[in-house]
Design a protein around this ligand. Structure first.
Ligand SMILES: [Zn+2]
Length: 145
């Protein structure tokens, strides 16, 4: 899954869960796992795979708690939800997520610095973009009685 679909799925999950606190926690939570692990793997070369410690439930909990402490419980919950949604989204097309790290060792080969732009991925990005546009034009507050 690419960034736009990650953001869209986080926005939808937060909206359905009633965690809508604006775009910021959804966008930040949707993008942070890849920002961490792809930077560590592809730029700095200090971890063996682009889905590593930043792609774990431990990271969801740690960053969710940090978000709650810094921005409030509702913002932290929306951020953690978006972060967790990213991990589930990475299962798209048989993706790998190290769910049990650091409690289990993973012998994962590093991923190439390459993004697949096949038809289904591009279609998912287009649907994600349309979803973002619709949700951005329809604030959750306007649906409240
Ligand atoms: Zn990812």
């Amino acid at each position: 899954m690419l960034p736009i679909a990650h953001i869209a799925s986080a926005l939808v999950v937060n909206r359905v869960a009633g965690l809508h606190t604006g775009m910021a926690p959804a966008v930040a939570g949707a993008l942070l796992p890849d920002a961490i692990d792809k930077t560590l793997a592809w730029v700095l070369g200090v971890v063996p795979a682009a889905r590593h410690a930043g792609h774990t439930p431990v990271a969801v909990a740690a960053f969710g708690l940090a978000g709650s402490a810094l921005m409030g419980k509702r913002w932290g919950a929306a951020f953690a939800s978006a972060y967790a949604t990213h991990l589930v989204g990475d299962l798209w097309r048989h993706g790998h997520v190290p769910w049990l790290m650091p409690f289990k060792r993973y012998d994962v080969l590093g991923e190439r610095w390459e993004v697949g732009y096949d038809r289904s991925t591009l279609l998912l990005e287009a649907i994600g973009l349309a979803t973002i546009v619709v949700l951005a034009r329809q604030p959750a507050d306007s649906q409240s009685p």
